[in-house]
Design a protein around this ligand. Structure first.
Ligand code: HAM
Length: 425
């Protein structure tokens, strides 16, 4: 077929034969998503779902026009009513929009929300980077204290631990409050402007509107130009410094390992104070499996109350890829507990009802609908990884009997049909 998935997208399917694409199997997605939501619920987070598209203005104001996401990567279109819409590139701005729109602050002063869903960024696809990708994320709204920062980081680690991931490194930094950040950005701009020609092309473009991002550029030209640059740490006010020190002390008390990375500023404009990224040695160049931080001013920017907030999002593709690269124990693909093969019309009618009844006990029961030879039907049962097969013939049915095959042990036994439900379930 000449119509394929759009570039940078992929299908999540039940069976993937290519071992390098195993992470695309839907049962593994269910598994990780269950661990995400179980952990989030244990930490007191409730689920929120918002539309896949929003008014473009939300991301311009929320994520920031200077960010790469807004300036280069948005899927923006005019709807039939001429309104500019954008497929969400992230969900923090959407969560804030929903919070303000629904006046959730009237219900409680603290809200802890989590989400799972697709995001869209028009970026150059490569390993670990897609145009449609999935995030699991949390946003804790209403608490300005360092405990809240440490709690979301604890949740992030708790999830990774439950998934069996190793070699994790939390890079953490404080970008200070809005004023410290703006002052530092101005100082950096003044330092780099005379060296503009020495910067990479990307950084030259960032100099005016997204100066801080030059700090975490991977280009050696930028590293050279940054030698002797002002340090973000020197611009932090006392309150930001104390706040950060407390976050670190709390992480120490939980024995969460971290690395203070003074160059970490994150790519979205809304952050202040604590920012962090979780990396693993196993996901190559796109090695951030998650990132987040505090974004106290965002709600106000979007026209709401001035509630402090902190959160993170992890990329589900990168999580699954890391799990496979690290050879963590993965669950077995669910398969039929019982596969029923009927030989003959009477047996078929009986088996159809039996299949229906057996499913009521939450067992995975399948019936073979093919009219192939028994040998071929057993082959299908094998392909479907059935654990047991019940073969019912018209004659056996008259005698209330059937054959039960154990597909793993390769044994079979005669069973009474009246007791099959009891003996099997
Ligand atoms: P972000 O760092 O842009 O943060 O994205 C979080 C995670 O999403 C990344 O660490 C990565 O795992 C995954 N990700 C991002 N872009 C792609 C892509 N093109 N392909 C595959 N995976 C990708 C945010 O989105 C913030 N909203 C996080 C946050 C929540 N901050 C506070 N609250």
């Amino acid at each position: 077929m000449d119509i394929t998935t759009p570039k940078g997208t992929y299908d999540i399917i039940p069976d993937e034969v290519d071992p390098s694409l195993m992470w695309r199997q839907s049962y593994l997605w269910h598994y990780v998503e269950t661990i995400f939501s179980k952990n989030a619920k244990n930490f007191g987070f409730d689920e929120i779902r918002t539309p896949l598209f929003e008014r473009t203005e939300l991301f311009k104001r929320g994520v920031g026009e200077g960010s790469d996401i807004v300036s280069k990567e948005m899927y923006t279109f005019d709807d039939k009513g001429g309104r500019s819409m954008t497929l969400r590139p992230e969900m923090t701005a959407s969560v804030m929009r929903a919070f303000v729109e629904k006046s959730l602050h009237n219900i409680s002063s603290v809200h802890k929300l989590f989400y799972i869903g697709p995001m869209f960024r028009y970026d150059r696809p490569q390993a670990g980077r897609y145009r449609q990708f999935f995030q699991f994320g949390v946003e804790a709204i209403g608490n300005a204290c360092p405990e809240q920062d440490a709690e979301v980081i604890d949740l992030l680690f708790s999830i990774c631990k439950d998934l069996g991931l190793n070699n994790l490194m939390l890079n953490i930094n404080s970008v200070g409050d809005k004023e410290s950040r703006a002052n530092f950005s101005q100082a950096l701009k003044e330092f780099l402007t005379p060296k503009k020609d020495k910067l990479s092309l990307d950084s030259q473009n960032r100099l005016l509107n997204n100066t801080l991002r030059i700090l975490d550029s991977k280009d050696p030209k930028d590293h050279e130009a940054l030698i002797g640059a002002p340090s973000l740490n020197d611009f932090l006010n006392e309150e930001s410094k104390e706040n950060f020190a407390k976050v670190l002390r709390l992480l120490d008390s939980l024995e969460i390992p971290y690395h203070i990375n003074e160059k970490l500023v994150r790519g979205l404009d809304y952050y202040n104070k604590t920012v962090f990224e979780l990396t693993t040695s196993s996901t190559g160049s796109q090695n951030a499996i998650g990132g987040g931080g505090r974004y106290d001013g965002l709600m106000k920017t979007l026209g709401g109350q001035d509630l402090p907030s902190v959160g993170f999002a992890i990329g589900i593709e990168r999580i699954l890829q890391a799990m496979i690269q690290q050879n963590v124990d993965l669950p077995a693909k669910p398969s039929a507990d019982l596969y029923i093969i009927a030989l003959g019309d009477l047996a078929s009618n009986f088996a159809f009802k039996l299949t229906h009844d057996m499913r009521k006990a939450s067992k995975i029961v399948e019936m073979d609908f093919s009219s192939k030879k028994l040998k071929d039907r057993l082959k299908i049962a094998d392909q479907r990884r059935a654990k047991k097969v019940l073969i019912i013939g018209d004659d056996e049915l008259k005698n209330n009997k059937a054959e039960l095959k154990d597909m793993l042990l390769r044994t079979s036994q005669e069973v009474s049909l009246s007791s099959i439900k009891d003996s099997f379930l």
